[in-house]
Design a protein around this ligand. Structure first.
Ligand code: PCA
Length: 157
């Protein structure tokens, strides 16, 4: 089992969330909401309005997202689905948790410091650094940059 930090279209209420709960892709379980202990620039870029956490700590915001426990199959699916990112370890502070009694050793409590893998952008065009940055991604936010789904694109980037 691996802990994954999602901050973009994979979050609850966002356009790719359902993919984590498609049993054909493997298993995923929500563990907690969390925010990054370091600041990062979270930008929306490309003609498809894709969110990217730029792996450039110290600038931007403490990014809000969600921690999931995933099995090997789901990890493999996500690595392939998020192939324009690099999976990197991100340091996190736990915010809210699920109200379950049986978290066992996996249990995360608000205030805990932990780490999980996030899909971040290590190399990116320099002009992305001048884009507006966000603390929490929402495809329907005031920015008006609605995410264009893979299905809507016709072809993958
Ligand atoms: N999907 C991944 C990375 C950005 C995105 O849209 C996520 O939600 O964390």
């Amino acid at each position: 089992m691996t802990h994954i930090f999602v901050y973009g279209t994979l979050m609850k209420g966002q356009p790719n969330h359902y993919r984590m709960f498609d049993k054909a892709n493997g298993e995923a379980e929500f563990l907690a909401s969390a925010c990054t202990t370091q600041k990062y620039p979270l930008v929306i870029a490309t003609q498809f309005n894709v969110p990217f956490l730029l792996n450039d700590p110290g600038q931007g915001h403490h990014i809000q997202g969600e921690i999931y426990r995933v099995d090997q199959r789901m990890l493999k699916f996500l690595d392939e689905f998020e192939d324009m990112y690099q999976r990197t370890l991100v340091q996190l502070e736990v915010k809210g948790t699920q109200s379950r009694a049986d978290g066992g050793e996996e249990r995360l409590e608000p205030g805990n410091l932990t780490e999980a893998y996030g899909y971040t952008k290590v190399q990116y065009p320099p002009e992305w650094r001048s884009l507006p940055t966000y603390e929490r991604y929402d495809t329907s936010g005031d920015h008006g940059l609605r995410y264009v789904t893979r299905e809507e694109r016709g072809s993958r980037i």
